[in-house]
Design a protein around this ligand. Sequence first.
Ligand SMILES: NC(=O)C1=CN([C@@H]2O[C@H](COP(=O)(O)OP(=O)(O)OC[C@H]3O[C@@H](n4cnc5c(N)ncnc54)[C@H](OP(=O)(O)O)[C@@H]3O)[C@@H](O)[C@H]2O)[C@@H](O)CC1
Ligand SMILES: Nc1ncnc2c1ncn2[C@@H]1O[C@H](COP(=O)(O)OP(=O)(O)O)[C@@H](O)[C@H]1O
Ligand SMILES: [K+]
Length: 503
Amino acid sequence: MKILSAAQTREADAATLQYEEIDSLELMERAALAFASWFENKFTPQEHVYIFCGPGNNGGDGLAVARILSQRQYHVKVYLVGDSQNTSQDHNVNLQRLPDTITRQTLHSPTDFPPLHPATCVIDALFGTGLNRPVTGLFAALIDYLNNSGSCITSIDMPSGLYTDSQTPAESAIVKANYTVSFELPKLAFFLPQHEQFVGAWHVVQIGLSPAFIATAPSDFHFATTQEAKKLVKPRRKFSHKGTYGHALLLCGSYGKMGAAVLAARSCLRSGVGLLTMHVPEAGYTILQTAVPEAMTHTDRHQKYLSELPEGLEKYSAIGLGPGIGTDKMTKAALAQLLTTSTSPIVIDADAINIIATSDKLKAELPKHKVIFTPHPKEFERLVGKAKNDYDRLQDMKEFCREYSCYICLKGANTAICTPEGTIYFNTTGNAGMATGGTGDVLTGILTALVAQNYSLEQACLLGVFAHGLAGDLASQKVGEIGMIASDLIDHLPQAFIALTTA
Ligand SMILES: NC(=O)C1=CN([C@@H]2O[C@H](COP(=O)(O)OP(=O)(O)OC[C@H]3O[C@@H](n4cnc5c(N)ncnc54)[C@H](OP(=O)(O)O)[C@@H]3O)[C@@H](O)[C@H]2O)[C@@H](O)CC1
Ligand SMILES: Nc1ncnc2c1ncn2[C@@H]1O[C@H](COP(=O)(O)OP(=O)(O)O)[C@@H](O)[C@H]1O
Ligand SMILES: [K+]
């Protein structure tokens, strides 16, 4: 699904009003009802709810929510902030609609701020997507006050003070929400690690914005949905055989890191590949043959490192390399040879990324439209460079992918997949239990398997990263996040693919 900018969200709003022939108040009511339903599922009417409303339509939402929650037996108090001359029309109407039974107070200075307790439920309706400058002055003082109150904060649409789709200036105060409940589509800001402390756990509630507008709106940013991932899966054919599903080659491991090779091999096999050959240093022979009997094992002449390529590279439909290989000179030479001789698509991970990062010559030799890089943030920094903030990092990623006609899966809580055209897809599966050694090696195996089966590189990235995270989510239901290890992901890959192939 697309991610829209703040400006496009306003346009979507206008298109919806026109298409449905409704007025903006009705859309605000829908938004408030959708928010209130989410809120009711989360918080009981025993809670005291303090709603802080800004001057615009975000504040208008807050006022409508106050009315609805009060009807549903919550104890609601409303706090209006700022100049009452500059309020939006829909804000004004919802203020008039507020029943007299609801206490309301205008905050003129910090001395007016109400006492807050950890048990108070704060709803932040100060600013949403209409924020157009840094938050300072009384609003900033209030935001600091809310942030330090220890109360549970739920933001309507956006944490107030956070820009929707561009870097927030350092001087802006920003609400640190526990929950952000946004309308129709998640906002770009939600996917960036630098905003973790502001956005909290985000949820999207539907308000029926025009699907036709969303479908035609241009956007470089997308997020993954289960429905889209399911559409990517190619069903197995009845009369198929192992040759139908490709032959993958994985070059992995070094002395002391043969586990990486085992993890990549096992995940590759669990992702539907027809045949798998492992090329590992000689010391890995017994390990691989014992731990992964389904894979063919080919050994390097070197005992501890990879120093050469296996013969007959052209017979492999995909090659994956990097997990556990180290950065020895001989390994670097073999990698250089691979880049110039291979005609197959290549998934490049871990130390293979580190090797390429140090050499402009190797970068120049990257075959066009044939490479997927899977860096974690540190490897990304080595390969592409250090960015000032997460927005710049996305921009740098687009430029790198365009320059080298490659794909990057920048791994993290919402792995960002970038295509050579500069389109970015954020993954939405996975959990913090996956922050443990070896889970990246599992991803390399999955992607190599999918590319070997003739998925396009883009499809492989989207489906592979989604399935990897889904396996993590299924594993967390069994073993929790704290006790999770990379092998648990492999064990849950079959279930993840079952989930993606059933309606
Ligand atoms: N399509 C949807 O998703 C729907 C969206 N809806 C809701 O509408 C929200 C957007 O509402 P919005 O456009 O009125 O903007 P909003 O966020 O209230 O802020 C603008 C106000 O704040 C002011 N202001 C700005 N920056 C400021 C600052 N730093 N410091 C001080 N003041 C500042 C600005 O003042 P001005 O610039 O005029 O001086 C103006 O008064 C959206 O987030 C969602 O909650 C639903 O109701 C229906 C469907
Ligand atoms: N907090 C998190 N939420 C979701 N996924 C995560 C989180 N932390 C890490 N991951 C995933 O786990 C994997 C870690 O990969 P990586 O850092 O390369 O591990 P390793 O090198 O040990 O194999 C990536 O796919 C990443 O997206
Ligand atoms: K808000």
